[in-house]
Design a protein. Structure first.
Length: 77
């Protein structure tokens, strides 16, 4: 079952590393205490494969904090 979800999501995101990163970050934002993590990961793959158009590139801006700069991701993803 999950392999089908991974293959469908891989059609939308060709880079396997990016797919893994996107799935893990999506699953972390979608997680609920009453639902198992395996079901949340499946939902994340379904959401990724359900996208009709490729997601726009994430805009990265630098956040200055105490002299150190670090990237801040767009919260839309």
């Amino acid at each position: 079952m999950r392999s089908e979800l991974v293959f469908r999501a891989n059609d939308k995101v060709a880079n396997r590393f990016e797919l893994c990163h996107l799935a893990s970050s999506s699953a972390r934002t979608m997680v609920r205490n009453s639902q198992g993590m395996h079901l949340t990961i499946n939902q994340a793959f379904e959401a990724i494969s359900g996208q009709s158009v490729p997601a726009k590139p994430v805009e990265v801006s630098l956040v200055e904090d105490a002299g150190a700069s670090m990237p801040a991701l767009d919260p839309v993803v």
